[in-house]
Design a protein around this ligand. Structure first.
Ligand SMILES: [Zn+2]
Ligand SMILES: [Zn+2]
Length: 410
């Protein structure tokens, strides 16, 4: 399960220089960091273009010269964020090695990730929240993978389905009880209109202009499209670099079954939610609505969906704590959370790659224009998990494995 076991790490890796372990392309730490930074400028420039283009297409109603200029500024800010992220990552790992005189198993990648994460301070408020919530999701996913790998948690569809239904029910309850004036960004795709629902409660009847059937179908159709878009972007964006070289791949990715299953999940969730709402005609039943709508999970067994619902529930529960820390004590709660999550994810990326979510692997590879991948491939030399190394190179190119083995003589 580990790429390098703890025993093996303290036997053969701990006293390696940072040149041997991290940047074999240059003996100088300064040159190595510069190489990483320049590559991230290249990679980051490519990585953020489709993201900002999608943002502009989604907000096409707001299109104006001022809006485009603002998006361009945000784009530049994101590229700087990515560059600082990679630079801090490399610099802190080299500095740590020079100061301590050796590498430690638990901080070799964690510290790099933690300090690299400090670059989040430069991002816009919206991106800060979005990235932090996404990173918390990815951390929970990694933890679940660990638990599964160690046999503590069995990968069971029924267990995830029931957990999702319970979490969804609690989440809907918290959403409806939450003060609508205190909005915050969530990754969950749908927030019920609490003002409309309160009106419905007063008049004891449906609060929509069309018939109930139209209201249900319109919602289902709209969210079907949103679901399709979300899943497609999730598939296409991390592969943006390959698509530029092989444009036909885009067509294949657009018609993947997965995209339509996610679309069906979104659509049916809203249809059930609205149908129950109409059935009770204004009586407040958030727990029932959330619980029954989440049966759509049958259509798309996706752990990420269950995790997103769980993270959103946590966001609601921890919202008062966040407000106290940020407003009363001026502690950058969100930024610190991101840095910790990033440290944890980098630890997983370098020492437990089997448990690291694919999104993190692809994102690092694309934004650093392959430079982070070079660092990772170099750590494979000291791997005790021969099976992993074999599969890894098999996936890239069959003859790459032969070359690699010949070089190492193992
Ligand atoms: Zn170095
Ligand atoms: Zn109705």
């Amino acid at each position: 399960m580990n790429l390098i076991s703890k025993e093996e790490f303290y036997k053969s890796v701990t006293y390696l220089t940072c040149y041997e372990l991290l940047h074999p392309w240059s003996k100088s730490c300064v040159k190595a960091c510069l190489f990483m930074s320049l590559n991230t400028v290249k990679g980051g420039t490519k990585f953020f273009i489709p993201i900002y283009l999608c943002k502009i297409i989604i907000n096409k109603n707001k299109l104006s010269k001022r809006y485009l200029l603002l998006q361009f500024r945000c784009y530049i800010r994101s590229v700087i964020y990515a560059t600082l992220y990679a630079t801090f990552f490399m610099t802190s790992m080299c500095t740590c090695r020079h100061l301590c005189g050796q590498f430690f198993y638990y901080n070799v990648a964690f510290l790099g990730g933690f300090f690299g994460g400090a670059s989040i301070f430069i991002e816009s408020e919206f991106n800060k929240t979005l990235t932090t919530v996404l990173w918390v999701n990815l951390c929970i996913e990694t933890m679940i993978r660990y638990l599964e790998a160690y046999g503590i948690l069995k990968p069971n569809k029924l267990f995830f389905g029931v957990s999702f239904m319970v979490s969804c029910s609690l989440m809907t309850h918290l959403m409806m009880e939450h003060d609508p004036s205190k909005k915050f960004l969530k990754l969950w795709f749908f927030t019920p209109n609490t003002t409309d629902l309160k009106q419905m409660e007063k008049v004891k009847q449906c609060f929509h202009k069309d018939s109930c059937t139209n209201y249900i179908f319109q919602g289902a159709y709209k969210y079907f499209l949103i679901g399709y878009l979300v899943q497609t972007l999730k598939t296409v964006l991390p592969r943006a670099g390959i698509i530029l070289k092989q444009p036909l791949l885009l067509l294949q990715l657009l018609f993947r079954k997965n995209n339509f299953m996610m679309a069906s999940f979104f659509g049916s969730f809203i249809a059930i939610f609205r149908a129950i709402n109409c059935y009770y005609s204004g009586k407040k039943k958030p727990e029932v609505m959330g619980f029954l709508a989440s049966t759509s999970y049958i259509l798309k067994h996706d752990v990420t969906i269950a995790i997103t619902s769980f993270t959103t529930t946590l966001q609601y529960l921890l919202h008062p704590l966040r407000q106290t820390l940020e407003e009363k004590y001026k502690i950058p709660y969100r930024e610190l959370l991101f840095m910790l999550c990033n440290g944890y994810l980098m630890h997983a990326r370098f020492l437990h790659p089997d448990q690291c979510p694919q999104y993190v692997i692809n994102m690092l590879k694309t934004t650093t224009n392959g430079a982070a991948e070079n660092v990772f491939r170099n750590t494979l030399k000291w791997s005790t998990n021969k099976e992993y190394v074999k599969n890894y190179f098999f996936k890239i190119k069959e003859n790459a494995l032969e070359k690699f083995y010949r070089k190492l003589n193992f």
